[in-house]
Structures are given as structure tokens and as C-alpha cells.
Ligand binder design. Sequence first.
Ligand code: GDP
Ligand code: MG
Length: 307
Amino acid sequence: MTNELDTPQGFKSGFVALTGRPNVGKSTVMNAFMQQKIAIVTPRPQTTRSRQLGIITEPDYQMIFVDTPGIIREPRHKLDEYMLDSADEILSDVDVVLWLVDSGEAPGPEDEAIAAKLQALDERTRVILGINKLDALPAEQVLSRSEAYRALLPDADWIMFSALTGAGLSELLKMLKNEMPEGPMFYPPEQITDVFLRDIAAEMIREQLMLQLRDEVPYGTAVQVLDFKERPGEPTYISANIFVERDSHKGIIIGSKGAQLRKIGAAARKEIEAMLDEKVFLDLWVKVEPRWRRDENALKRLGYSSN
Ligand code: GDP
Ligand code: MG
């Protein structure tokens, strides 16, 4: 992995949260921005739960899109709860919020709720109102509809565009880029996405290590998911390394004839299955990596970097 030291002078970078009601076009916008590069991403079904970062790296800037979940009224499972919690966190953490609305519909209570939330954000967080689906809006409604949305958040910059036809998209990208502060390259240029599910799965495995092991052993462990493959008609295949600092810990985790590791795996698998609403085949490996907690590179590799 490259690190921030490779960042060129004057480089700009920042995080953009995509927010808005379901179906306003958040995923479409993200895909449109990623288009020429997305081909090398493992194709995943577009579902609300497969939340991904979309990372655009150009010679002079890096823009990281975070597709925040829309408003979920009733959390259905653990992942929904996680997403609800994280949506608020994301909004207060990013440089720019791109609030998308559907110009085909008049603003509703959900839009008002989002506007109120955005109004309350720190003033350093820029908000851009993106009024989408311009292609489907009758010309005589353009003015009144845009005014109705703009009235919800009068201070925000705004643009009307169509994610589907691409009309206005490059202007939108320009507006976003203008809001990027100077900053480091957070991700290596070849990395274009980041799948949160695998991180959550890793946490769920770690949770079982904490619950089922005693004393100092679990604190010396880290989990790295190596494979996360959704397979139609078959259990999702997940393989992960459990890193430990000592041989003796490896023995404890594996247990007599593998019994302890099977117990950890079975419990973690149940949690992950509940999260995904899907059967899972979980393949766990225990690896000794002495001193990983003190090794900067190992920490980064295991996802514990400070950024
Ligand atoms: P999300 O739930 O906010 O992520 O919305 P999606 O990106 O999944 O889009 C929801 C629906 O709106 C899909 O059927 C898209 O094809 C459609 N859509 C997105 N952008 C546009 C647009 O600019 N014009 C039109 N006509 N449809 C769009
Ligand atoms: Mg979506």
C-alpha cells in the first residue's frame, strides 16, 4: 500500500456524503462518476446493504464518495441499525454533503427532515443540493420545482441535472471539486472502492474472539477478511485470517482438535448470516504475526490506520 507521503504538492482531497431519500438516484450518481473505472470492480448486486465507497483519484485530487443510507424508518436487522448510526456520523465527518432530490416529486416530509439535519451541521460542512432527474421533468415545472427544493435549504449551492443522461454531471463534479480542501491522498490511486460489509464481518469475528477467549489473548488478535464472495444460489463465501502475536495463542484459539476455532466460527457465522440475511460459509485461518500491534504497516494492513 502506498501512503500519504506520495501525495503531490497542492493536492486536494475530501469526502463527499451522498444523502437523500431512497430512489432519488444516489447510486446512479455514484456509478456515473465512477463509470470509466467501475469495470474493474467485482460486480456486486445493487442493494441498500452493499454500501461502498467510490474513490476517484485524478492527478490533482482525490474525491471519496460515501453513499449514506436513505432514511430507514424501521431498522430491519443489525445492519440497518449500523447504517442509521453511521449515517449521522458520516454527515458530520465529511467535507461536502451532496443532498440529492428527485425533481419528479414535490418535496415531502422526508426531505424536510433531511434538510433540518443538514441545517444543523457544522458550518464548515458544505452542502450542495442536487436536483436530479431533470430529463423526466416537464419544462414548465422546472422553475417551481427547483424553487420548492431550494426553499428547504436556502443557503446551499444547488444544481439541476440528470444522472441518467449525464446532463449537468460535469458541472456537478466541478462544484464538488471546488469544495475539496488541500489534503493527502487517503487511498492508493488504484483503489476505487471499499466494501464495508467485509469490515463488519471482520468485527463480528473479533467480537467472538473477545467473547470466547480469556485474558490477554483476544487483545492480541486482529481479523482480516480475505474473501467476501456473494454467490447466487450458494452460501456467501467469507475467508478471514485471525492474526495472533504468539504461537501459544494460536494453539488456544484453535483448541483441541480445532474445537475452539469451530465454536468461534459457528457463532460469528450466525451473526454474519443475520446481518446479511443469507447463508454464509466462513473459512477461518489463524496466523502468527509477532508484534503486529506495534508494527505500523501491519496495523495499516489490518485496517487500524488513523485515517
Ligand atoms: P438511490 O436509492 O438513491 O440509490 O437511487 P438509484 O440510484 O438506485 O435510482 C433509483 C431509480 O431512479 C433508478 O431506477 C434509476 O434508474 C432512476 N434514476 C436515477 N437517476 C435518474 C435520472 O437522472 N433520470 C431518471 N429519469 N431516472 C433516474
Ligand atoms: Mg442506492
